[in-house]
Design a protein around this ligand. Sequence first.
Ligand SMILES: Cc1cc2nc3c(=O)[nH]c(=O)nc-3n(C[C@H](O)[C@H](O)[C@H](O)COP(=O)(O)O)c2cc1C
Length: 241
Amino acid sequence: MKVVAFNSSPKMDKSNTSLILDPFLDGMREAGAEVELFYTKKLKINPCQGEFNCWLKTPGVCFQKDDMQMLHPKIREADILVFATPVYVDGVSGPMKNLIDRMIPAVQAFFELRDGHCRHPVHEGHKYGKMVLVSNCGFWEMDNFDPLLVHMKAFCKNLSLEFAGALLRPHGSALKPMIEMGVPPNDVFEAAGEAGRQMVRDGRMATETLNTVSRELLPLEMYVQIVNQNFQRILDAVEKE
Ligand SMILES: Cc1cc2nc3c(=O)[nH]c(=O)nc-3n(C[C@H](O)[C@H](O)[C@H](O)COP(=O)(O)O)c2cc1C
């Protein structure tokens, strides 16, 4: 089973996104998957230029010469795609949006009606796999993922991928301080690993496992207080410089 994963945090392997993504991918490897991980920061993926060349001049092929040339065959052949992104203003980060937009050569220009809704037929020979979303955000509440979830589910329908679920880590900014204080939420990381094993073994992830990944790390008011104290401390130190 082939897994292709993208981490679009600019902090790459030092990111809060990585703290959830890495054990998830380890779990997938343990269950026998062949996993390739790309950091979008290291990739050259230009924004889509909206020329529709990939639909109307060279169907299936974008005219831009960048890392999407290398990625297209990998994306096409993957059984599972993993899109990992921090929440940036209620959605994916910019580099991930570029990656998503640049995936449209995978479908044809034509419209077809599927369940009464406009869709694009996929190109012959394209294998469309499953997609898993991994995300974390700074705010405390789970509903901060709602717009992102709506977008990623719609993206899957648009490009004929199967949305297989999401590992969502609200108040993800609490993870590193907890690790540094010697109280790492190990059950959260273990659940991320278990979700990876389930995904490869069973083709789905259990709700209970995903709920553990998202579990409350500390009460809302306490989190807000700690975050604000930290910001104030940093601002005070900057002022003294
Ligand atoms: C430009 C920008 C926009 C952000 N927008 C949101 C947001 O809308 N909601 C939220 O909860 N967190 C938001 N955050 C906070 C990040 O999601 C949070 O710091 C996260 O832990 C960063 O993950 P990373 O370490 O994987 O990059 C934003 C951060 C940045 C830099």
